[in-house]
Design a protein around this ligand. Structure first.
Ligand code: ADP
Length: 446
C-alpha cells in the first residue's frame, strides 16, 4: 500500500473512532433520540465507506497481480488504468524485468538449438505419452529423411527397428542401430537422457556414428605408430645409407688403398653390419608382436602362479648385491582363466619395467594385490620407482615406444595385446610414488 493510501486509511479509521466516541458521549448524556440516530447513521456510513475502500484496494491489487502474471502489454494498459502511482511504477519495473528474462531465455534457447543443429551426432527429443518430437537436428533429419514428422509414430512405417529400439532404450543401456545415410551403411550407438520439465517428461536421444569415432581413434594410433616406426627405421637406415655411399665413393677413387684406409673401411663396414643387425632385431620384435599365438585357456590358481613367476624373475634378475623384493596380497582361492605361457610374459615384463624404473641406490620393491571384482579379477602391481614419464602416458602402450637407451618398447604393447585377447584390460594408474599397472582378467568362480 502506498503512502497516500495509508494516509487515507488512517483518516477513515480516525473519523470512525471520533464519530463512535461522539455517539458514546451523546448516549451517556441521554441526548435526543434524533441526534443519537443521526450519529449511528454517520458511523454506519463511515464503516461502509471504509469497507468499499478496502474492497477497491483489494480489487486493484488483484488486477496488478493478474496483469503481472500475463505480462501482456494490452492487459498491462488496462491493469494500470486505475492503479495508484506506486503500483504502476512497481508494475512497470517488474514487467520490464520479466520481459528481459523472457528475451534472455529465448536467446539462450535459440543459441542451444543452433548448436544442436550443427552437431554431427543425430539428436532427437521426444516428449510425453504422445511421443511428440519437440527437438531434432539436421543429422536426425538426414538419418530419417523426414523433416516434417511431428510424432515418433509417423516414422514407424519406414523405421520400425529404430523406433522400437528408441522405445525400449533406457539410460545406461548399450544399444546400436544399423542405419543408412548418403555415405552408406552406418552403425550408430544410442545414448539417452531422460528428464522432467514442468511436469512433462522428455527423452533426449543421441545417435553417434561409431565408425566415425573409431576411424579418428584408429588414424591417431596409426600416426603415432608411424612416428615410432619412422624414427626406429631412420635411425638404422640413415647411417647405413651414408656410410655405404662414402665407402663406394672411396673405393671407386682408391683402387690401391693404404693400410689406414683399409682399416677405416673395415670399421665403416662393421658399423653397417651392426646397424643392419639393429634393424633385423627390430623386425624380429615386430614379428613377435604381429604373430602372437591364440591363447589356450586353462584355470590358473593366481597366488601360486604369481609366486612362481616372481621366483623365475628373481632368478634371472637378482645378484648378490641387488635383490628386488615383492609382497603379495591375494586370496588362496582366486582362480583366473588364462593362458599360462602368455600371462607369464605379461607379468615378467611388468616386473622388469618396475625394477628398471628404480634408479641407482633404490632397492626395488613391488607390491602385488589381487581382488575379485564381479566376473573379473583385478591385479594391481605397484612399484617404488620413478613413476611413468609425465605427459607420455598415452604413448607408453605404443609398439616400439621406449624411454630407455637399451629398451625395445614392445613390453607394454605386448602385455596389452595379450590381456586384450584374454577379454581383460590393462591400465596405467597414477600413484603417489612409483607407478601402478592394473590388469583385469576373467575370474573362475569355485
Ligand atoms: P621398454 O621397457 O623396452 O622401454 P615397454 O613397452 O615395456 O618397453 O615400456 C615402455 C615405456 O613405458 C618405458 O620405456 C618406460 O618409459 C615406461 N614404463 C613402463 N613401465 C614403467 C614403470 N613401472 N615405471 C615407470 N615407467 C614405466
Amino acid at each position: 500500500m502506498g503512502k497516500r493510501e495509508t494516509m487515507r486509511l488512517f483518516l477513515r479509521l480516525g473519523l470512525i473512532m471520533a464519530s463512535m466516541m461522539l455517539l458514546a458521549f451523546l448516549w451517556s448524556i441521554e441526548a435526543s433520540p434524533v441526534k443519537v440516530a443521526f450519529m449511528i447513521l454517520l458511523v454506519l456510513i463511515l464503516i461502509g465507506e471504509l469497507w468499499s475502500f478496502l474492497i477497491h484496494w483489494r480489487r486493484e491489487t488483484l488486477r496488478f497481480l493478474q496483469g503481472l502474471a500475463s505480462a501482456d502489454p494490452a492487459r498491462l494498459q488496462s491493469a494500470t488504468g486505475n492503479m495508484s502511482q506506486d503500483l504502476v511504477l512497481l508494475f512497470n519495473q517488474l514487467s520490464d524485468r520479466l520481459r528481459t528474462l523472457k528475451l534472455e531465455k529465448e536467446q539462450q534457447y535459440r543459441y542451444l538449438a543452433m548448436l544442436v543443429e550443427q552437431l554431427e551426432v543425430a539428436v532427437v527429443c521426444i516428449s510425453g505419452e504422445e511421443e511428440e518430437l519437440v527437438l531434432s537436428n539436421e543429422a536426425w533429419r538426414i538419418l530419417t529423411g523426414n523433416a516434417h514428422a511431428i510424432r515418433l509414430r509417423s516414422l514407424e512405417p519406414d523405421f520400425p527397428v529404430l523406433i522400437s529400439l528408441l522405445r525400449e532404450h533406457r539410460p545406461g543401456m548399450r544399444q546400436t542401430y544399423r542405419g543408412e545415410n548418403h555415405s552408406g551403411q552406418i552403425t550408430y550407438a544410442l545414448g539417452l537422457s531422460a528428464f522432467t520439465l514442468s511436469d512433462k517428461s522428455y527423452r533426449l536421444f543421441t545417435l553417434t556414428d561409431i565408425h566415425a569415432a573409431m576411424r579418428v581413434g584408429e588414424m591417431e594410433a596409426w600416426q603415432r605408430l608411424l612416428r615410432v616406426l619412422t624414427h626406429e627405421i631412420m635411425n638404422s637406415i640413415a647411417p647405413i645409407s651414408s656410410l655405404s655411399e662414402t665407402l663406394s665413393q672411396q673405393m671407386k677413387h682408391n683402387l690401391k688403398p693404404s693400410e689406414t684406409m683399409l682399416h677405416g673401411w673395415a670399421e665403416a663396414m662393421q658399423a653397417i653390419a651392426s646397424r643392419s643387425e639393429n634393424l633385423l632385431a627390430f623386425t624380429n620384435r615386430y614379428r613377435q608382436l604381429s604373430r602372437l599365438p591364440e591363447p589356450r585357456f586353462a584355470p590358473i590358481p593366481l597366488k601360486s602362479f604369481i609366486e612362481n613367476i616372481w621366483l623365475l624373475f628373481i632368478h634371472s634378475y637378482a645378484s648378490s648385491s641387488f635383490s628386488p623384493t615383492m609382497t603379495l596380497a591375494c586370496e588362496e582361492a582366486l582362480t583366473i582363466k588364462a593362458d599360462k605361457g602368455l600371462l607369464e610374459q605379461v607379468l615378467l615384463n611388468i616386473f622388469k619395467n618396475a625394477v628398471e624404473a628404480c634408479g641407482a641406490g633404490v632397492l626395488p620393491h613391488i607390491q602385488v594385490e589381487a581382488v575379485l571384482q564381479g566376473e573379473m579379477v583385478e591385479i594391481l602391481i605397484k612399484d617404488n620407482g620413478e613413476g611413468f614419464p609425465p605427459g607420455l602416458e598415452s604413448d607408453l602402450f605404443l609398439p616400439f615406444f621406449t624411454t630407455k637407451p637399451e629398451g625395445s618398447g614392445i613390453g607394454l604393447s605386448l602385455c596389452r595385446q595379450i590381456v586384450l585377447r584374454h577379454g581383460g584390460e590393462i591400465r596405467l594408474l597414477a600413484a603417489e610414488t612409483g607407478a601402478c599397472v592394473a590388469i583385469t582378467l576373467p575370474a573362475i568362480h569355485p
